[in-house]
Design a protein around this ligand. Structure first.
Ligand SMILES: *Cc1c(COP(=O)(O)O)cnc(C)c1O
Length: 385
């Protein structure tokens, strides 16, 4: 069957690659990739200016000019999440982690490594964080110094109630630490509405740069208090911040090409109309994907109210003819890479709506799905009870 599907119908991005309908890395624009075709030394003034300009624009995305600072860090998103936990939760602090998926659990693991005291408030993967329970827990446990949350839990694609959470945490005068990895740049996050100590995200998700670096945007008064907290040298955000203020340079080899790509990606983000424009395109992508898949009989894991326009989780059909690995391969051969599920509550797969893709690719993927169902001989999707 492999050849059948690939022969006449494979599509590809402008650089000949399949489209990535995944939670990252993502499809980037040709101009973002093009921007990497330069070698700069870390002390090159052009590079230093580009670097400074990137940090300023990241702060501007959350309306944090004057009150907030941005500290970049090498590595994938997890590195900067870990840096945030290690820097902001002091050795004698205690972290309440709001968990409804794998990324929340990963923060607990970081606390285990760093021997930080923590507590988990968990809800099912298809249920948003319970804000009443959060309120209660904070009222009952004055030892909790910080709360960690995931804005969009990419495990399922669920949107957590960030505004209510931030209000409750602020009312109890604790520090809020936000993993906004899969939301930053596409979902609203303004310091005028959402109070936080720190938020982290990476270059390669909704801002559509290349993978390779993360950044932490912190309230200046909060990061000022983190001196000496970090249990790790390379992940010490305070030290990285100090170095950057002193000589505008990264402490260790900067990912220069990633930064050049990110500079271009931010330009394209701004041209698209910032968070509103970017989020709007993703919402259109998500709406078409959801309605198209539902027309074919697939069911989404999440109720529409909780669905972020980032990645959609679909229940795995139980038709005996539906073979996921052939489904995955068939889509790949037609030019679309999807993502297996990572849920514990249900057998599922995911289709991402982010990256340099639009309605054309969404429709193309839907057509590809329909073709494979025909191939499988499935007229009607059967969903598990
Ligand atoms: C992608 C992602 C991360 C970081 O993952 P990396 O693979 O380390 O880049 C962290 N949290 C969330 C919510 C994510 O979506």
């Amino acid at each position: 069957m492999t050849n059948d599907l690939s022969n006449n119908s494979a599509v590809s991005s402008p650089t000949g690659d399949p489209y990535l309908l995944t939670p990252g890395p993502l499809t980037t624009s040709p101009t973002v990739k093009q921007a990497m075709l330069h070698d700069y030394g870390s002390r090159d003034t052009t590079f230093i200016d580009i670097n400074a300009h990137i940090l300023e624009r990241l702060v501007a995305i959350v309306d944090g000019e004057g009150s907030h600072v941005c500290v970049p860090l090498q590595g994938s998103g997890t590195f900067v999440v870990e840096a945030m936990i290690g820097n902001f939760v002091p050795a004698d602090g205690k972290l309440l982690i709001l968990v409804n998926g794998a990324y929340g659990h990963r923060i607990a693991k970081m606390c285990d490594y760093y021997r930080r005291d923590y507590l988990i408030q968990e809800s099912a993967e298809d249920v948003p964080v319970d804000t009443d329970e959060l309120d209660q827990t904070l009222a009952n446990d004055p030892g909790i110094s910080h709360v960690a949350m995931i804005y969009c839990e990419t495990t399922s694609g669920i949107l957590n109630p960030i505004q209510q959470i931030s209000q409750i945490v602020a009312r109890h005068a604790r520090g809020l630490l936000i993993d906004a990895m899969s939301a930053f740049g596409a979902l609203p996050l303004s310091v005028k509405e959402i109070e936080f100590d720190a938020v982290v995200a990476s270059s390669n998700k909704c801002l559509e740069g290349s993978p390779g670096m993360g950044y932490c945007i912190a309230r200046r008064s909060a990061i000022e208090k983190t001196k000496g907290n970090s249990p790790s040298l390379s992940l010490d955000l305070y030290d990285q911040w100090q170095a950057m203020m002193k000589n505008k340079q990264w402490r260790f080899t900067p990912p220069t090409h990633v930064l050049l790509a990110f500079d271009q990606a931010l330009k394209e983000f701004e041209e698209e109309g910032g968070v509103e424009g970017r989020g709007g395109r993703y919402r259109q992508n998500a709406d078409l994907m959801i309605s198209g898949m539902r027309k074919m009989g697939f069911k989404t894991l999440l109720a529409d109210d909780f669905q972020a326009p980032i990645i959609i989780t679909f229940h795995m059909p139980v038709n005996p003819e539906f073979d996921f690995s052939a489904f995955y391969d068939g889509l790949r051969e037609q030019g679309y890479v999807i993502y297996p599920g990572k849920l514990t509550v249900a057998n599922s797969f995911r289709i991402g709506c982010i990256g340099r893709i639009n309605l054309e690719q969404m429709q193309g993927a839907l057509d590809a799905v329909a073709k494979i169902l025909t191939k499988f001989g499935i007229d009607e999707i059967i969903n598990a009870k």
